[in-house]
Design a binder for this molecule. Structure first.
Ligand code: TMP
Length: 216
């Protein structure tokens, strides 16, 4: 009998705008591949063709185009597609999944940022995904002014959230830090004001702390 395939690990990157998540995901995926482990990278909202269509509704257009409850439901609709088409098949095949954002973003943005009841988001998560959670979450933290400056200079047209104002972004930054405090075994906060190399080193420290048996 062949050995049963062990399930892949699910790692998420979180934080406000302009923290360098996409660069760090790419570097971490390269590092994990060098250790001999298969990896896929993905993102939210999106990560599957149907979920990418929902992303289009969320990241552009007027700041007030959705009520907070609608935004929450759209993110969970996209997440259900993402899990079903991309995340779960990969994990089941033993591939590690690195996602640029996941459910903590809904608590931070729609909950802390827009003031939608966080308990309702937790309840919705339980109804749709049960106890499914990342094995490790890396929160790239930096002051809001610096993050927004970096994000706006990207000019990728997906700027609906970037236009929501400093107060909104300060609330969601606090939200991510509260999430990390509540779940220290799952979450590591990384100072994203440092150089790309230093952030990457700290990401790798968090990885090896969480998975001590991983080859270096
Ligand atoms: P990105 O700019 O990091 O690619 O993410 C797209 C935007 O979507 C970002 O501004 C955060 C926002 N977002 C939410 O508001 N709620 C969510 O649940 C997710 C996944 C993202």
């Amino acid at each position: 009998m062949p050995d049963p395939i062990s399930r892949g690990m699910f790692i998420t990157f979180e934080g406000g705008e302009g923290g360098g998540k996409s660069t760090q995901i790419r570097l971490l995926a390269d590092a994990i591949r060098k250790m001999g482990q298969a990896v896929v990278t993905t993102r939210e909202p999106g990560g599957a063709p149907s979920a990418e269509q929902i992303r289009g509704l969320l990241v552009s257009g007027a700041v007030d185009r959705w009520q907070p409850i609608t935004e929450t439901l759209l993110n969970y609709a996209a997440r259900a597609e993402h899990i079903n088409h991309t995340i779960e098949p990969a994990l089941g095949a033993g591939t590690w999944v690195l996602s640029d954002r996941f459910a903590d973003s809904t608590v931070a943005y729609q909950g802390y940022g827009h003031g939608f009841d966080c308990q309702k988001i937790v309840d919705l998560h339980q109804i749709i995904l049960g106890d499914f959670k990342p094995n490790l979450t890396l929160i790239l933290d930096l002051p809001v002014e610096e993050g927004l400056r970096r994000a706006i200079s990207r000019g990728d047209g997906e700027d609906r959230y970037e236009r929501m104002g400093k107060e909104f972004h300060n609330r969601l930054r606090d939200g991510f830090l509260e999430i990390a405090k509540a779940e220290p075994d799952r979450c590591a906060v990384i100072d994203a004001t440092q150089s790309i190399d230093s952030v990457c080193k700290n990401v790798l420290v968090a990885l090896h702390t969480k998975f001590p048996d991983l080859a270096s």
